[in-house]
Design a protein around this ligand. Structure first.
Ligand SMILES: O=C(CO)COP(=O)(O)O
Length: 129
């Protein structure tokens, strides 16, 4: 995570449905710093962030349950994501739980900074920008 490297840092953004308001609120607080990063998000998360913060350029992947988590996981496996912010809902079941687990697994395997909640997301951002 050298700030002087040529390409912008690439951040993955994901939030489960009941966590999307929290992620949007978190992104608002970091908006200025997020502008300097390349942002990739699962479909609905990306739409929510882009709608709330029109100044941010967010590349939207497929919606999570339709393959977006897997797309992000593939990018991580290819070394194309520097850090992942994933606001996980710990109280709801998800039909695509296997995809969620795979995303968490590949982020762990790739040893990238990876935040599952807001406090850790703040710490990751402080380290990243
Ligand atoms: O389901 C998700 C993460 O597992 C998020 O996907 P969306 O951003 O498309 O809602």
């Amino acid at each position: 995570m050298t700030p002087s490297s040529a390409r912008p840092r690439v951040l993955g953004l994901v939030a489960h449905d009941r966590m999307k308001d929290d992620l949007v609120d978190w992104a608002r607080g970091w908006a200025e710093r997020l502008e300097g990063l390349a942002l990739f998000a699962t479909g609905t998360t990306g739409a929510r962030v882009a709608e709330a913060l029109p100044g941010l350029e967010v590349t939207r992947l497929l919606s999570g349950p339709l393959g977006g988590d897997q797309q992000l996981g593939a990018m991580i496996a290819e070394g194309r994501i520097d850090a992942l912010i994933f606001f996980v809902d710990p109280l709801s079941p998800h039909p695509h739980d296997v995809d969620v687990k795979a995303l968490i697994r590949v982020a762990t395997l790739a040893d990238i900074p990876f935040a599952c909640n807001r406090a850790t997301a703040d710490a990751v951002m402080r380290a990243l920008v």
